[in-house]
Every structure is written in structure tokens, then in C-alpha cells.
Design a protein around this ligand. Structure first.
Ligand code: URA
Ligand code: CA
Length: 447
């Protein structure tokens, strides 16, 4: 069968055979199928979809397209967590040390910022000296020794996903549930995790804007996990505003340290406790999520979580003790407030626009070759539902250069919408999805 026949078949809405899907994944990994044919098939999949069998086969073939990590040298179940990507979403830096401080083993491969979303590797690199290019041996040794490591994926992990992701990014084919599910789960399976906890974001700053679509994506991933024999749990969580108050690389590290020190609370802490407690259940350290949350809160109070972060950063080469003194993190020279232009309630935020605003300031990349400025970003001073008066500060911009202030102020005043009526309050978690069940938070189930 020629590749054009596979494209035509999917264009007609017919399911592809396992062998055809294997040709697709291998063709992407080896470069034997040209990008224009891969693009055409990706677009056909966006329109026609893939059933559960096709999605699972694609995941397995992508996983097998490169190296697979062997974590069997680490005692107990290694648990991993993955977020579909958000703004001000620093849960990794909060929950990895907390879960490790509570006895869990976390071997986490993270990514760079993508589009409007931030990436954990870029955040870690804002810590002077911290490395995110650990070899497989160093990575495994560090998890054995201190219980956690966060590093970038090795060159040859899921090459099929690398090729397909680069094409999807520039052909409008990112937002497609079977493609997202196979992309994420193939990497998690190849990295050797024994159990996986997923944070599927929903809302205007997420890949999937509605709760229904996000639950569908979560189910697709949980089902692949079941077929692969790995427990996968997913929480569908809100991304209608930045999760934490800080957006930007060093700023997000600072917020994680403030939370682990017990000096800051809020939605970022709550979601980190939710996800982390499922990780502790998944690796058998606790039997209920309530117990997991209690143990994690104790690790904040005792300082064990902060000490674990310090230990991890040091193991990865950090030269400055930022956990004891956050002023050792890179700091932007220019601070400018963004004032509210009218009285009223914060009724909505264009979360994607807030992410792009920080990207334009230098916190993210527009092209993969762009250099990141670790110090820049913003700190939100309002949340949805807050009441403000004209002139009140909506957020503080942290800039490299005062000439960046004007466009950023305008972008933020447009992104934060002020109205007359207080908006309806939305829960942080709208659904929990496991292989056995989907539990919606009250009021969020299918009508
Ligand atoms: N993150 C991934 O790794 N892959 C996707 O397709 C989307 C988000
Ligand atoms: Ca991420």
C-alpha cells in the first residue's frame, strides 16, 4: 500500500489498520515519508478522528519508534505526572519535592515552553547552574538517591512524536484528541513510569476549551494506559486564569519556593495537593487522597518539601541556594504596574493572551531558536471575581526594558475583562477520570 492510499482512506473516514498506523509512525520517525504527506494525514485525522484501537496502536508505535527507559533499578513504583500545558502552571516544582518528601519516587521528564504555555525545563534553568540534561544513568541514580529528578527527554525518546509534533505545531493540527493523547502517553510510557497522573487543563488557556472535550481527552489517555497495563488517573482542572499568581520562569520558581515555605497559598497549592495526593496513592505510599493531602501539608509545615527541592536543585548542579534566598534568582530591572481602567468585577481573563504577553516580553519563544529571558514575566494581583476600582493594580510587569511597558500594559488591560456583575464561581477541579469511572464535580456533569 502506498502512503497516499492511507491518506485517502482516512479522508473517507475509514479506520486504518495496525500496519498502516505503523507505517505512519515509522515514516515520521525515520523521515521516509515526506512532511507534506504526514501533514495531509494529520489533517485528515483532525477531521475524521481515530477510534480507541487506532489511538492505542498509534501510541504504542510512537513509543516503540525510539529508546525506552528502564526504571526497574528504582525501588517501588515510579510515578509521573503530566499537564497538558497552562499559564502560571508550576505544579511540578511544588508537587515533585512534596511527593518525594512523602516517600514517593518521581522520575519526571519535562518539556520546554510551547506557544503560550510555560515549560518546567525553562523554569529550572532560571536557577543559576541548574542542569536539565541529565544522562539516563544520572537521572536514575538521582531518583534512587533522593527520590526525585526532573530532566529533559533524551534525544532518541519517541522520535515519531518529535517529528509529528513539529509538523502539527505549524499546520493547525495540535488540537485533536487522538493526536494529543498518543503524543503524551507515548512519551510517558517510553520514559518508563509505573503509574501516571494527568492534569488535563480546561478553559480558554487550555488546548481543550470545554469540560466535555477535556473529559473526552482524559478518557482517551486513561484508556490507552489501561490497554498498556499502566494505571492512569486524570483530573480535569480549570485554566480560565493563570493557575498561580506568577507567570515567567524565575518568577514561577520563586512562587513554588514561597508555597513550599508555607508563605503562599492559593489555587496553585490546592491543585498541586490534589495531583500529588493521587501520585502518592498511585505509588502505594498512602491509601486515600485525604491521607496524601495531609502528609503533603505536613511536609510543607516541617520544611521537608522545601529541603527536598533544595536537594534536587543541588543534585542537578545549582550553584546558588535560591530556596534559602529567592533574591539569588534572576530579577528584572524594570517593574511597572498595570492599572484597572474602570470600576467593577474581574469577569474573565484571556489566559492565552496573558501567556503570549509574557512570551513577547521574553519569557517564552516564538521560534524554537529564540533565547529566553529568565527574569521577565508578571505577577497577577487579581483573580476572577475580585472587585477593583479604577487605577487599582491588576498585575505587576517585570520587564527587561522600559520600552516594553506600553504594549504590555495595553495587552494586559485587554486580557483582563472588568464588568458590572460578579461572575459565577467555578470549581478548580471539574472532573476525575480513571479506568473505572468518571466523576464530575457537582454541576459539571453532562446535561
Ligand atoms: N503536549 C504534548 O506533549 N503533546 C501534545 O500533543 C499536546 C501537549
Ligand atoms: Ca508542562
Amino acid at each position: 500500500m502506498s502512503f497516499v492510499d492511507i491518506i485517502l482512506k482516512k479522508k473517507e473516514g475509514l479506520p486504518l489498520t495496525d500496519e498502516e498506523i505503523r507505517m505512519f509512525a515509522m515514516g515520521a520517525a525515520t523521515g521516509s515519508v515526506p512532511d507534506y504527506q504526514l501533514s495531509a494525514l494529520l489533517m485528515a485525522i483532525c477531521f475524521q478522528g481515530m477510534d480507541a484501537r487506532e489511538t492505542t496502536t498509534l501510541t504504542m508505535e510512537m513509543m516503540k519508534s525510539g529508546d525506552q527507559m528502564d526504571l526497574s533499578g528504582i525501588d517501588g513504583v515510579c510515578v509521573d505526572k503530566h499537564s497538558t500545558g497552562g499559564v502560571g502552571d508550576t505544579t511540578t516544582l511544588v508537587l515533585v519535592p512534596l511527593v518525594a518528601a512523602c516517600g514517593g519516587h518521581v522520575a519526571k521528564l519535562s518539556g520546554r515552553g510551547l506557544g503560550h504555555t510555560g515549560g518546567t525545563l525553562d523554569k529550572l534553568e532560571s536557577v543559576p547552574g541548574c542542569r536539565v540534561d541529565l544522562s539516563e544513568e544520572q537521572f536514575i541514580e538521582q531518583v534512587r538517591k533522593i527520590g526525585c529528578a526532573v530532566s529533559g527527554q533524551t534525544q532518541n525518546l519517541c522520535p515519531a512524536d518529535k517529528a509529528l509534533y513539529a509538523i502539527r505545531d505549524v499546520t493547525g493540527t495540535v488540537g485533536c484528541s487522538p493526536l494529543i493523547a498518543s503524543s503524551i502517553i507515548s512519551k510517558k510510557l517510553a520514559s518508563g513510569a509505573g503509574a501516571i497522573v494527568l492534569d488535563v487543563k480546561t478553559g480558554n488557556g487550555a488546548l481543550m476549551p470545554t469540560v466535555e472535550e477535556s473529559v473526552q481527552l482524559a478518557k482517551a489517555m486513561v484508556d490507552i494506559g489501561r490497554k498498556a497495563g499502566k494505571p492512569v488517573y486524570a483530573l480535569v482542572t480549570g485554566m480560565d486564569q493563570p493557575l498561580g499568581t506568577h507567570v515567567g520562569n524565575a518568577l514561577e520558581v520563586k512562587e513554588a519556593i514561597e508555597i513550599l515555605s508555607g508563605r503562599a497559598t492559593g489555587d496553585l497549592l490546592e491543585i498541586s495537593l490534589d495531583l500529588g495526593s493521587f501520585m502518592l496513592v498511585a505509588c502505594g505510599q498512602v491509601s486515600t487522597v485525604e491521607e496524601g493531602k495531609k502528609r503533603m501539608r505536613e511536609a510543607i509545615e516541617s520544611g521537608a518539601g522545601l529541603r527536598k527541592l533544595e536537594e534536587m536543585l543541588k543534585a542537578q548542579g545549582a550553584t546558588a541556594d535560591v530556596c534559602r534566598d529567592v533574591t539569588l534568582l534572576p530579577q528584572a530591572p524594570v517593574l511597572v504596574p498595570v492599572p484597572a481602567t474602570r470600576d467593577g468585577y474581574i469577569v474573565s481573563m484571556d489566559t492565552k493572551a496573558i501567556g503570549y504577553c509574557t512570551q513577547h516580553m521574553g519569557a517564552g519563544r516564538a521560534k524554537s531558536t529564540d533565547r529566553i529571558d529568565p527574569a521577565v514575566g508578571l505577577v497577577m494581583q487579581v483573580r476572577l471575581g475580585d472587585h477593583v476600582r479604577t487605577g487599582d493594580t491588576l498585575c505587576m510587569l517585570h520587564l527587561r526594558d522600559a520600552s516594553q511597558a506600553e504594549p504590555a500594559i495595553r495587552a494586559m488591560q485587554e486580557a483582563v475583562c472588568i464588568g458590572d456583575e460578579a461572575p459565577e464561581k467555578r470549581p478548580l477541579v471539574s472532573a476525575f477520570v480513571s479506568a473505572e469511572e468518571t466523576v464530575y464535580t457537582k454541576g459539571y456533569g453532562p446535561k
